[in-house]
Design a protein around this ligand. Structure first.
Ligand code: SF4
Length: 765
């Protein structure tokens, strides 16, 4: 097997190169890049064996993003970034006891996130005792004992926090929330708190369910698709295939973003000869270069224009019948929109009148409309009203609950939506708790628990003794890196269930544990029976995943086995949940899910259907809105522009193309022309000139807050780039230090990683 050993040292930024951005995504370079990652980590024969099972009915679900699988007609149902995700998980590199003997946590803390991730798969449970600087091997029994002892010493379940990442399967998530609620707390923060919480809050208010109303077929059948604050070429690459299909059928595509992203300009589908060798498909008919933080103003401008066009066209633009029959607040919204100053709104967006008007005409003229969005929308202070305004657009046009139409928040991690469906939520619905109580015969806690931001605050105040993370890289994902690190350090014990080494293992509590688990690619055989897990994608489709590869180590356990083993140890032999039986048969867990969670009737039978089954979605299925009054709600929102003093820019954090959430696959951002480095700041050449800087200079980025001291991220190389004037962009997690914990979106408590007021300074040394 020919693979490349892990890097022995960090490259740092010394080899950073900046070239021209690309004008097309995927194609042959995408295939070669994915294959390169696979060859380095898996070798050629293991790569072939692995990828033929990826996203196939008898194989495993991609642990990357939550974009749905098509009806499997091809053996190659994956993208470049799916290949990278699999290469990282199926790697032959190993982080074993000898590795931890060589590297203490101080040494590991000095390494980059990329270096940590490149070392390979964790192989056995490791424990770092209080006062020790090394992780040392520990048995599973003793590891569970360490957790049980820490929880017992704490004595108060509300002084423990149980975090979940979006990779966790439905089965593991369901058992985990059951264990945590039997323990007695709702402290169940998850990565949703940091990504699509704003979508969940806004959509629940508007249409009565916090999930998108669109299927993959709808995307294919749409006449107009508006993609807002989203970079699918990097973050949901196979969405480009769906957009290409919609385009082929005549759809218009509008991209709304502060940066032009290669994936939405032109897509070279690697599964077509024309995509590999030809020019590919031009996707976006319109690119709307909006200023960071001004999407609310833009949609208000469009909605106001829809009202005007409805006047001009004799009431044929707004869906008056639908609004009267099924919606509340339409008259108030129309009056509110008429009262807004259109010129002021448009000026705030930075968009030219011609572009805005052409999109308004598309919105007024096409009936089957889908609006998609992601982190570019959800992580603003005004994220919830912005999504309400997007919902206003769709409701005004009646574009919901009919083919080719709807609202489409595109989720990041593969099962982030499913985990919430399984009850991973700090504010569970009463109906869910009632069903859980009835099925398992106990009284779950009813008090809301901590979400992510509140958990960090509680840890920092010394109110948390045990922090347990089922997957993820909490420190890198969370805002305010310094405060989060300090908060974790104040816990008596931090525990990470992980496949690979990451930052959260080296900046932990006074003592810490690493519990290594099986990846989704790996066989999970219990009592001779191969086990399946299930996941729910961004479009509410639930399907099975079966690992096929030999596990990275015989000492690994599945997440289900870890949760069940821990629950038995913590809750004791008398606890009446049959943890051992459930751990031995994932089908038995699915029977319990069916009894508790609506929509999972005949769960075990329906996951045998290739492609799985769709969960109910009343607005999508029947134009029914399960709000308190049974109607969809339009909202009158107030746009509050960020105050940007002279000489400042509005920063947004973004991901590079060699990155999935907090996982750094490599140091390139090919589409944006960045190679071998991550500390870059993209800003408009004219802004740099006005501020007295030039492309290539190295600056400190300093964020400014009304009630907080300035924050500094040091040494970023300036890159003159086509971003909206007055704005700039840098990668997370490097830029997370610039956002204080208290800066959150209204109502959703999501950290505001967008629209951060910054100034640039020359480093003093
Ligand atoms: S689009 Fe997402 S789920 Fe599909 S292969 Fe790519 S990363 Fe994986």
């Amino acid at each position: 097997m020919s693979t490349t050993p892990p890097p022995v040292d960090d490259l740092g930024e010394r080899d950073l190169r900046v070239g021209a951005p690309k004008a097309a995504a995927a194609g042959l370079p995408g295939v070669l890049a994915g294959l390169g990652h696979a060859r380095r980590q898996l070798g050629a024969s293991r790569s072939a064996k692995t990828f033929l099972k990826l996203n196939q009915p008898d194989g495993f679900d991609c642990p990357g993003c939550a974009w749905p699988d098509p009806n499997h007609t091809s053996s190659f149902e994956f993208c470049e970034n799916g290949m990278k995700a699999i290469a990282e998980e199926a790697t032959v590199r190993r982080v074993d006891a000898a590795f931890f003997a060589r590297h203490d946590v101080d040494d590991l803390a000095r390494r980059s996130d990329w270096w940590l991730g490149q070392q390979g798969r964790l192989t056995e449970p490791m424990h770092r005792a209080e006062g020790d600087r090394h992780y040392r091997p520990i048995s599973w029994d003793d590891a569970f004992g360490v957790v049980a002892d820490a929880l017992a010493a704490s004595g108060d379940p509300d002084r423990a926090v149980f975090y979940t990442s979006g990779r966790t399967s439905n089965e593991a998530a369901f058992l985990y929330q059951l264990f945590v609620r039997k323990l007695g707390t709702n402290n169940l923060p998850d990565c949703s708190n940091m990504c699509h919480e704003s979508s969940g809050v806004a959509l629940t208010q508007a249409i009565g369910i916090g999930k998108g109303s669109v299927t993959l077929d709808d995307v294919h059948e749409a006449e107009l698709i508006v993609v807002v604050g989203q970079n699918p070429g990097t973050n949901h690459p196979r969405m480009l295939t769906a957009l290409e299909e919609a385009k082929r059928r005549g759809a218009a595509i509008v991209a709304v973003n502060p940066l032009p992203e290669a994936g939405l300009i032109r897509f070279k589908n690697p599964q077509r000869p024309t995509g590999v060798l030809g020019r590919g498909t031009e996707l976006a008919d319109e690119f709307v270069q909006v200023k960071v933080g001004a999407d609310l103003a833009l949609f208000q401008w469009w909605n106001r224009r829809l009202v005007e066009l409805d006047d001009e066209r004799g009431g044929t633009v707004l869906d008056h019948a639908f609004l009267a029959e099924r919606c509340e607040g339409a008259d108030e919204l129309v009056a509110h929109l008429r009262g807004l100053d259109a010129d002021e709104l448009l000026a705030a967006t930075g968009v030219d009148a011609g572009t805005a008007e052409r999109v308004a005409q598309l919105l007024a003229g096409r009936d089957r409309i889908i609006v998609c969005w992601a982190m570019g929308i959800t992580q603003h202070r005004q994220a919830v009203p912005t999504i309400r305004e997007i919902a206003n657009t769709v409701l005004l046009r009646g574009s919901i609950g009919r083919p080719g139409s709807g609202l489409c928040p595109v989720r990041g991690h593969s099962n982030v939506q499913g985990d919430r469906t399984m009850g991973i939520y700090e504010k569970p619905a009463e109906a869910f708790l009632d069903a859980l109580a009835a099925e398992f015969g106990f009284a779950p806690p009813r008090e809301p628990g901590h979400d992510t931001v509140d958990s960090i605050g509680a840890m920092d105040r010394g109110e948390v003794d045990v922090f347990f993370a089922l997957g993820g890289n909490f420190l890198a994902a969370a805002p305010d890196t310094e405060v989060t690190a300090r908060a974790l350090g104040r816990c008596a014990l931090t525990v990470q269930v992980s496949t690979k080494l990451n930052r959260s293992h080296v900046v932990g509590g006074r003592a810490s544990l690493i519990l290594p688990c099986l990846g989704r690619t790996e066989r999970d055989v219990v009592g001779g029976v191969p086990q399946k897990v299930t996941v729910e994608d961004s479009m509410s489709m639930v399907h099975a995943s079966v690992g096929t590869l030999e596990p990275a180590s015989p000492h690994l356990r599945s997440e289900v086995a870890i949760v069940a083993g821990l629950a038995r140890r913590v809750l004791g032999p008398d606890d009446d949940v049959p943890w051992e039986e459930l751990a031995a048969d994932h089908g038995a867990i699915r029977d319990r899910i069916e009894a508790v969670v609506p929509g999972f009737t005949a769960f075990n039978e329906r996951i045998e259907i290739p492609g799985g089954f769709a969960l109910p979605h009343p607005p999508r299925d029947a134009r029914e809105f399960r709000t308190p009054d049974g109607r969809a709600h339009l909202a009158c929102n107030r746009f509050e522009p960020e105050a940007v003093p002279a000489g400042r820019l509005l920063l947004q954090t973004i991901r590079s193309h060699d990155q999935f959430n907090t996982t750094i696959y490599g140091l390139d951002d090919r589409y944006r022309g960045i190679h071998q480095g991550r500390r870059v700041l993209f800003a408009h050449a004219d802004d740099l000139h006005e501020l007295g800087f030039v492309d290539g200079e190295v600056v400190d980025v300093v964020s400014e807050w009304r009630d907080e001291p300035d924050r500094r991220a040091e040494r970023f190389r300036l890159v003159a780039y086509d971003v909206a004037r007055g704005t700039c962009a840098a990668y997370f997690p490097e830029a997370n230090v610039l956002v204080p914990l208290g800066s959150v979106a209204e109502q959703s408590n999501t950290p505001t990683s967008k629209a951060v007021v910054v100034r640039l300074e020359r480093p003093t040394a």
